[in-house]
Design a protein around this ligand. Structure first.
Ligand code: CA
Length: 341
């Protein structure tokens, strides 16, 4: 049932051996926001679909409600995937945005969720995906999602893992909430505590990752996300994190990194792909590398298909896992490598 790329099959495919030797573990497919290529992101329907597609891990982005309940939502805002602006027009902040943390769970329950859109224009971000405002979707709590995945694991016999991200912990603290403590308590209650449990806990904020490991005593796997550009939501300097010094600091507390695609492959020059040395440096430090985001309908200009992109990253760059909106295609790709079950 478990997919696995062993070293032998990797070598027989002519893969750069050094990358595999460093971290010769299994290759994984992470369903980015559930099966978000096919259903509105982070809905329970998208989670069930990703589970059925045999993703190894399903990702959750987590923010808090006003009453401190962790919900699965990519942004700290509600107005990119829901009708919050229409249902609660007077609840916007001065910047015109609607923040999950200004709404109680029972208010969030009243919202209708749809495919991600631009709140300024109302137009979908990905045109060919699930049509806007069709059917009926909601924002789930993190606990509901854990129950869904664990329930499906029981009823199908699979061991699908979770890949939760604590969103903007410093910003939550400014709003008077400690999101990390709340999430860790829930994870412990649902049996996610150690490195043998099927979980990677991820965060962009390096200070928070250190706190999780050193102060809060979390013993499960941790992944440091590396942003494409520094942002106000996180105090972390991503340019420094990608240096050898930064990676060494990460390796003291974390088990892996989640870089953006251009931090691994910079492009194609004269028919040759150009790679950074990030994967090599990370593997020397025993850090797994799980880049984001692989999307069939938003490919980098240097490839023609998602399959080609998987080939480039898994077999040439030597990454250990990928975040993808089309986890079915990722699973099919790894299976095509002739892995045993
Ligand atoms: Ca995420």
């Amino acid at each position: 049932m478990k997919m696995r790329t062993n070293l032998l099959s990797a070598l027989s495919l002519g893969v750069a051996a050094s990358n595999f030797l460093a971290v010769a573990g299994e290759k994984i497919i992470i369903a980015h926001r559930g099966a978000s290529g096919y259903l509105p992101e982070h809905t329970l329907e998208a989670v069930a679909m990703a589970h059925a597609m045999d993703a190894d891990y399903i990702e959750q982005d987590i923010v808090l409600t006003k009453d401190g309940v962790p919900v699965v939502l990519h942004d700290i805002h509600l107005d990119t995937v829901s009708d919050a602006a229409k249902r609660f027009p007077d609840r916007k902040r001065n910047d015109g945005r609607f923040y999950a943390i200004d709404f109680t769970l029972s208010e969030i329950r009243q919202l209708r969720v749809t495919e991600r859109f631009d709140p300024k224009t109302g137009q979908p971000v990905y045109e060919s995906r699930f049509p806007m405002w069709r059917s009926s979707f909601e924002i789930p709590t993190f606990e509901e999602e854990l129950q869904l995945i664990q329930g499906l694991n029981q009823s199908t016999g699979k061991e699908t893992g979770i890949y939760p991200e604590i969103k903007a912990p410093a910003w939550h603290r400014q709003q008077g909430q400690d999101i990390t403590r709340i999430v860790l308590e829930l994870l412990a209650r649902y049996g996610y505590r150690t490195k043998s449990d099927k979980i990677y806990l991820q965060c962009f904020d390096f200070e928070e990752l250190k706190r999780i490991r050193n102060q809060l005593g979390y013993r499960g796997k941790l992944v440091q996300l590396i942003g494409e550009k520094n942002s106000a939501e996180s105090p972390t300097d991503y340019n420094w994190l990608r240096t050898r010094e930064g990676l060494s600091a990460i390796a003291k507390v974390a088990d892996g990194i989640g870089p953006a695609l251009p931090q691994v492959v910079t492009g194609k020059v004269n028919a040759e792909f150009r790679f950074t040395d990030l994967v090599q440096h990370a593997h020397k430090l025993k850090l797994e590398v799980h880049p984001y985001t692989f999307r069939a309908d938003a490919l980098p200009e240097y490839v023609l298909s998602l399959e080609e992109l998987f080939h480039l990253f898994f077999l040439k760059a030597g990454v250990d896992g990928v975040f993808t909106d089309q986890s079915d295609q990722g699973v099919a790709f790894l299976r095509s490598l002739g892995q045993s079950d």
